[in-house]
Design a binder for this molecule. Structure first.
Ligand code: IPE
Ligand code: IPE
Ligand code: MG
Length: 252
């Protein structure tokens, strides 16, 4: 049976992905977790290309969580090495495709060399017009909220912000990258049904899609399946179905 084509009018503007399952993918093949991470890097390259081709405007990838620092030292070091290599290998293609890079997280814990490469890549790609690719690196959702609250308190102390006027929009302006819109679709590979401290503030009304596919096996076809599933959903944002359909009819 052939699948229906995607509706080009309803491509999610922002897709966020929890790229999980590299270790289990490798274990099932009797190879090292590190080999799984290497394969995961290939999947990442292909998904970035596919998302850009589909017309996705923002893609946020959970590459390394704050909790991941507690993994064995060797695994952490090899993940950092792989990320560095990714930036080296891919930067030219990223430029060619007009993709803009950003990062969110606590960069201070990253190896200096990686930090430098990330900064250089962000600077070099800053004026690119196509998809924005956001790497969540050394990232934690709760820490993002705490870091935002800290900056906000400092501004309040300086009299730059009046506590009474604080609202969601003002608060969101203190997050790591306030320009990034909330994700429309959150994809998690690797069969888990949890958010693992990812974008806690931003996913309030995000559609969630989980798949049993392990990250190294995730490619263009799997991305299209996820988008197709997204397109079958009705996003109600607390309204009734009738209200949502009415609003759609009105806007025609
Ligand atoms: C995701 O794969 C990659 C990172 C968290 C960096 P995992 O390494 O978590 O793979 P599993 O979950 O152990 O299979
Ligand atoms: C989430 O995967 C973090 C990344 C994909 C970078 P984990 O493998 O760390 O999540 P848990 O521990 O299973 O919740
Ligand atoms: Mg995992």
């Amino acid at each position: 049976m052939t699948e229906p084509p995607l509706n080009s009018d309803r491509i999610p503007r922002h897709i966020a992905i929890i790229m999980d399952g590299n270790g289990r993918w490798a274990q099932a093949r009797g190879i090292s977790r590190n080999e799984g991470h290497k394969k995961g890097l290939e999947a990442l390259r292909s998904v970035i290309r596919s998302a850009n081709d589909l017309g996705v405007r923002w893609l946020t990838l959970y590459a390394f969580s704050l909790e991941n620092w507690n993994r064995p030292k060797l695994e952490v070091a090899s993940l950092m090495g792989l990320l560095e290599r990714y930036l080296e290998i891919e930067i030219d293609e990223v430029m060619e495709k007009g993709i803009r890079l950003r990062s969110i997280g606590r960069p201070d814990r990253l190896p200096k060399r990686l930090q430098k490469k990330v900064d250089q890549a962000i600077e070099r790609t800053q004026n690119n017009p196509n998809m924005t690719l956001v790497f969540a690196l050394s990232y934690g959702g709760r820490s993002e909220i705490v870091d935002a609250a800290r900056k906000l308190l400092r501004d309040a102390e300086l009299g730059k912000i009046d506590p009474e006027s604080l609202d969601e929009k003002t608060f969101a302006a203190y997050l790591y990258d306030p320009e990034v819109p909330d994700p429309d679709l959150l994809i998690r590979t690797g069969a888990e049904l949890r958010v693992s401290n990812f974008l806690l503030w931003q996913i309030a009304y995000t559609e969630i899609y989980s798949t049993d596919v392990m990250w190294p096996d995730f490619g263009e076809r799997e991305l299209i399946d996820a988008v197709r599933d997204y397109q079958s959903r009705e996003r109600r944002f607390g309204l009734t179905s009738e209200q949502v359909r009415g609003a759609r009819d009105d806007s025609r």
